[in-house]
Design a protein around this ligand. Structure first.
Ligand code: NAP
Length: 501
């Protein structure tokens, strides 16, 4: 399997070529940011159409490279196209620029009030690092690339070595779409580069932001490299998460079986290779908890997975599981079926006491794959203590009833500080692409808790607010002019309105 992949790997670019591409992206920025909105929308929608046209090839190639099932890949392509069209819709609606206008008051005393108008402007060329586990939705034409392009920023995309041919195919879709809709050369560049060259891109003076999805080690390395630049830039790294799920007593008393079914399915989905995979369950000691744990173990024993994304990810998973098995404080709760095929993950679940969990920080690390640790707390105080020591997460879940909600108010308040998305009675896997989504969270889940990498708010990672003071109308961006020709919602003197001034 490894040899096959190596034979397929296209040649890597040298730094001198990459530098030229960065310059080209920078040159493209000034014209691209000023392209009329309908033209930029057209570009985005055309990317979606190009992907749709070659979807059969894309599924075949990506299945070979990632081992993900056909149905999943088909769904991911749909999601990617929907995501592209959602951003085109954001541009069409227009108010994403957050136009805020404070009109002048020359009569104000003791000093006249100036006219000040604010909106979001794109920041410049963005470097995007694609993920291994989503060959479409978090890769070449995924949310990072599309939100940057929607904002008006050219993109240089660092290919993940797990699916190079898929990346080339999707990259050609973006290039064709750019040509057909008259975009400037350099608006999008696919970079097939070695790790050190990738770092050089991040530290290049013309790069203005970085978006990344992957491991903690990778994201932090890019963040640290960017921090050493003489001109710092934002790095939006979405990294590991164990997505804790709290299972409250009344829920387990009434719905133990359905809860086990839901969580086993979520934990083993896609061989557990989701950044939102529920890797940690927290429960209170009781006979109902014992019943739930035995159901979970039994249901897990029925599960089989497919081959993992890359040999490296498989190695990391099996080594992690071996380490957990060797720990005296953990006991095996259940294990899925082994496969004759190569690089297939075996699902596994462990149990540990609340006290042992609190003593051992390594149990808070991510095991990327279908593994879970079930922490059994002695009492409610210990359950809340466990919530308190958790690191920042992408998601935190609570499975509960109305009775539980009333009894565990303190827990809910603690959890609000821990994650970008809080889920009640639902699997954390499956991230809706919509306006209200936060796919982010406090460090170490991400390097910037103020941002999201999924949903339309992702666009603000690649913009900055600018105020124009006493600017003549004709010199202002069209969104801020008195006439409001785009007809967008604006905040004028504190009131939301679409009226002209
Ligand atoms: P990864 O190792 O972080 O690699 C992602 C990208 O970052 C690749 O393009 C890689 O380049 C680059 N990279 C990694 N380490 C780097 C470093 N020290 N300096 C510069 N660039 C670096 O992620 P992966 O290959 O997808 O999976 C490995 C692990 O990441 C998994 O076992 C899992 O723990 C985690 N993961 C997390 C998520 C998530 O959504 N949070 C998703 C997938 C994986 P090269 O290929 O050139 O090394």
């Amino acid at each position: 399997m490894t040899d096959e992949r190596e034979n397929e790997s296209p040649a890597l670019l040298e730094w001198a070529e990459v530098e030229e591409y960065i310059q080209r992206a920078s040159d493209a920025f000034e014209s691209y940011r000023q392209y009329p909105v309908p033209q930029r929308m057209d570009f985005l929608r055309q990317i979606g159409r190009e992907i749709d046209t070659i979807r059969t090839d894309l599924i075949e190639v990506s299945q070979r490279e990632t081992h993900l099932p056909e149905g999943r890949l088909r769904g991911e392509i749909d999601r990617t196209i929907n995501q592209i069209n959602l951003f085109a819709g954001v541009l069409a609606e227009g108010s994403w620029v957050n136009a805020i206008i404070d009109t002048a008051d020359p009569q104000r005393t003791p000093i006249p009030k100036p006219d000040i108008r604010q909106m979001q402007l794109p920041i410049g060329p963005v470097c995007v690092y694609g993920a291994s586990n989503f060959p479409f939705a978090f890769s070449v034409a995924g949310g990072d690339t599309i939100s940057a392009l929607a904002a008006g920023c050219p993109v240089l995309y660092k290919v993940h070595e797990g699916h190079p041919q898929t990346s080339l195919l999707v990259g050609s879709c973006i290039e064709r779409a750019a040509r057909q809709t008259g975009m400037p050369i350099g608006v999008f560049t696919l970079l097939m580069v070695a790790r050190d060259v990738g770092i050089q891109v991040v530290t290049h003076p013309l790069i203005t932001a970085v978006a990344f999805t992957g491991s903690f080690a990778g994201g932090k390395a890019l963040y640290d490299a960017a921090a050493k630049r003489s001109v710092p830039i934002p790095v939006y790294a979405e990294m590991g998460s164990i997505n804790p799920v709290f299972l409250l007593p009344d829920r387990l008393k009434l719905h133990a079986e359905a809860t086990a079914t839901g969580l086993v399915a979520s934990n083993t989905l896609g061989a557990g290779q989701f950044c939102t995979n529920p890797g940690l369950m927290v429960l209170l000691q009781s006979p109902d908890t014992e019943h739930f744990l035995s159901l979970y173990g039994k249901q897990l024993a029925e599960q089989t997975c497919h081959a993992m994304l890359t040999p490296g990810i498989y190695r990391a998973y099996t080594m992690g599981v071996e380490r957990l098995k060797s720990m005296g404080t953990l006991s095996l709760l259940g294990e899925g079926k082994k496969s004759e095929l190569a690089e297939v993950a075996v699902p596994v679940a462990f149990r540990v006491s609340g006290s042992d969990f609190l003593r051992d920080k390594t149990l808070r690390e991510e095991y990327f794959g279908p593994a879970s640790i079930h922490v059994v707390a002695d009492d409610e105080a210990q359950l809340v203590e466990i919530a308190n020591v958790l690191d920042g997460q992408l998601t935190v879940g609570v499975w509960c009833t109305d009775v539980d909600i009333d009894s565990f108010r303190v827990l809910f308040r603690v959890l609000e500080h821990k994650a970008g998305r809080l889920v009640i009675n639902g699997a954390p896997t499956g991230v809706e692409v919509c306006h209200a989504m936060v796919h982010g969270g406090p460090f170490p889940a991400t390097t910037d808790a103020r941002s999201t990498s999924v949903g339309t708010q992702a666009i603000y990672r690649f913009t900055r607010p600018v105020s124009y003071q006493n600017y003549p109308d004709r010199l202002l961006p069209i969104e801020l002019r008195n006439g409001n020709q785009p007809g967008i919602w604006r905040k004028v003197d504190g009131e939301l309105t679409r009226k002209s001034i």
